[in-house]
Design a protein. Sequence first.
Length: 105
Amino acid sequence: MKNKSLIIALLLIGIGLSAKDSLAIKVFQTYCWGCHHQTAQAFAPSFRFIANHRTRAQMLAQILNPKSSYKRLGYKINSMPSFSDLNASELNAIVTYIQSFKDKK
Ligand code: HEC
């Protein structure tokens, strides 16, 4: 079967993606969901709003060091704690997850 390796490759990509998604969802539900929701404004702006207005670097700056980022993003007060103890995979996963809510043009 000629297509077999292609099918296996696609399956592996699929597994890789869903493993990443589940890490993102774990981070989201553990640390972010109390204040941020995916598409609706809650205590904090929605991931959709963030995805449509910010770069990855701006998101990371806020997640790692909100005290020095909030003013640059136009907020008057800072009510978000720092999540600087997330590891690189968790940070990457949550930022990619936020970006997945960007509206298609
Ligand atoms: C205690 C509530 C709270 C939690 C928990 C929280 N945030 Fe926030 N977040 C806020 C608030 C409030 C703001 C608005 C700016 C500020 O207060 O610093 C904000 C702002 C942000 C912004 C920038 C918003 C913008 O306009 O671009 C990002 C990105 C962000 N949060 C990501 C996260 C992520 C990712 C998590 C989970 C790891 C998280 N936040 C957890 C309350 C929270």
